[in-house]
Design a protein around this ligand. Structure first.
Ligand code: HEM
Length: 473
């Protein structure tokens, strides 16, 4: 049974009658659930805590909707402004993941702080994961010496046809939720809060559907096969520590508890695939389409016997099962399907938003994709069209912000000037940098310290022309 949750609309009604400050003091009626647990037991409207040792959205069960985005920082943005942006995002994420709207007093002559599309939804298991691209570690923010060795630029792989405008980025946001509106609203809100500091470079949406019958195992991708069967178990902390979470012994002390996200947009020639015969489709993957069973087995989770499938079969190449080495190489996949209409040739612009998390792409994703790019039978039907790698900093408390271990404690927040207001000072690309705020003494926040109440984000006033038009109506 679904847990009744207070929707954003209900919360706004409270706001209208009591004012935004009172709103923030309202008990939300939402439940902060743990991140994991079996999909079938998940309340699709629950609130997932954004605080913890690791960021949410990695071992959290993948929900139905994804909004992934890469951002570029606006030229001239200072380190202090980058910290202020990450802090503002962190505060907004605290609200969004509780299903709360961006607060304002609802004045009719200002643009609403909240864009409104998710007002009728609850938290809907929203998670937001923040990542930093290799370019963030160039000379702009004094981070060059802190770039982890494992944060390599991905090499060009055989067959790549990458669109650079849909790849890479200084920052990334992975917004996942059970409803599309909530995932979209999260990305749109955070992009809006970044105005003047960071611009969207690319976005990519994705979706997943669980089988109607949960006993049916993994969900299917658009090529009709069960996807995720042989994935790592996110609820196995020993396995996650071995293959996903960065350990202090890996070199970059600031990254302990973090990981690396690799994104590949994989276009699939669905029309050609649909006309290929079943035996060929099964040879491509090394699994039976109906059951997901590997060759030689009858059930999805039967052991994989590589010797029974073609040497070019996707799963044989993806996991050679040679013992310790291939176990260490395994990545944690958290992919989504995408379908973005038709391309210019009339082909479905569809495929897989491949996302994997790993401890070190140099010994995990890169050798894996090198093998697949060279010999995977699937290559006849797919093309990688976008790519990115991001380092995912560890999680934090309500009082911290994502990236704090890299960039240092944020200057203490005062009620004025409002850092969100500071974010709204438009910066023209190429214009001289806005003068940096005087360096405030950096006071580390005590872990677990009481979080400040999120401030109201001031909205630009309606223009005179707009007000005139309104009066004339
Ligand atoms: C359109 C692109 C792709 C499709 C349709 C696809 C589909 C599948 C399917 C159906 C399976 C078998 C079920 C399972 O164990 O999850 C699988 C397994 C796997 N795939 Fe892919 N995949 C794609 C791209 C990739 C890419 C780009 C990578 C990594 C570079 C990758 C890595 C893996 C791995 C590691 C496994 C598990 C192998 C095992 O341990 O048995 N896949 N994929």
């Amino acid at each position: 049974m679904k847990t009744p949750s207070l929707t954003r609309r209900g919360i706004l009604a409270v706001a209208a009658s009591t004012g935004a400050a009172a709103l923030l003091a309202q008990p939300t009626g939402l439940i902060d659930t743990a991140r994991g647990s079996a999909n079938s037991n998940c309340d699709p409207h629950a609130s997932i805590t954004p605080y913890g040792t690791n960021q949410a959205g990695i071992t959290t069960n993948a929900p139905e909707h994804l909004q992934l985005a890469g951002f570029d920082l606006v030229p001239g943005t200072t380190r202090e402004q980058l910290i202020a942006l990450l802090q503002t995002w962190h505060e907004a994420i605290g609200l969004l993941t509780k299903g709360l709207p961006m607060p304002d007093a609802g004045a009719p002559d200002v643009a609403p702080a909240d864009t409104g599309e998710a007002l009728s939804q609850s938290a809907d298991r929203l998670t937001i994961t923040i990542g930093f691209g290799p370019s963030l570690f160039d000379s702009r923010f004094g981070l060059t010496g802190l770039r982890p060795e494992a944060l390599v630029d991905l090499p060009a792989f055989t067959g790549d046809a990458l669109d650079p405008t849909a790849s890479d980025g200084d920052l990334c946001l992975q917004c996942c939720a059970e409803t599309r509106l909530v995932a979209e609203h999260a990305l749109r809100t955070l992009a809006r809060l970044a105005t003047g500091r960071a611009t969207l470079r690319w976005t990519q949406s994705g979706f997943n559907e669980l089988p109607t019958n949960p006993a049916d195992g993994a969900g299917r991708n658009l090529m009709g096969f069960k996807d995720g069967t042989a994935n790592l178990n996110p609820n196995d902390p020993t396995r996650m520590a071995r293959n996903v979470w960065v350990d202090p012994s890996d070199g970059a002390a600031w990254l302990a508890g973090g990981t690396y996200l690799v994104y590949r947009r994989v276009f699939a020639k669905l029309r050609e695939w649909d006309e290929s015969v079943l035996s060929e489709q099964e040879d491509v993957f090394g699994r039976r389409r109906a059951t997901g069973a590997p060759f030689g087995g009858t059930r999805e989770n039967d052991p994989v016997r590589s010797e029974l499938m073609p040497v070019t079969a996707h799963i044989r190449l993806a996991n050679p099962r040679t013992g310790q080495d291939s176990e260490d190489e395994r990545v944690f996949r958290r992919g989504f399907s995408f379908h973005d209409g038709l391309d210019t040739t009339g082909e479905y612009n569809a495929g897989l938003v491949f996302i994997s998390f790993q401890r070190d792409a140099r010994r995990q994703f890169i050798p894996l994709q090198t093998r697949l790019a060279a010999s995977d039978a699937l290559n006849e039907y797919i093309t990688h069209t976008a790519s990115a790698i991001f380092v995912i900093p560890p999680g934090t408390t309500a009082a911290g912000y994502i990236g704090e271990t890299l960039l240092g404690a944020a200057p203490p927040r005062t009620t004025t000037p409002n850092p969100a207001a500071d974010l709204r000072t438009p910066t023209v690309p190429g214009a001289p940098a806005a003068p940096a705020k005087p360096a405030a003494p950096s006071a580390p926040r005590a872990p677990g310290a009481t979080p400040e109440a999120p401030r109201q984000v001031p909205r630009p006033k309606a223009t005179k022309a707009k007000l005139k038009r309104k009066k004339a109506r």
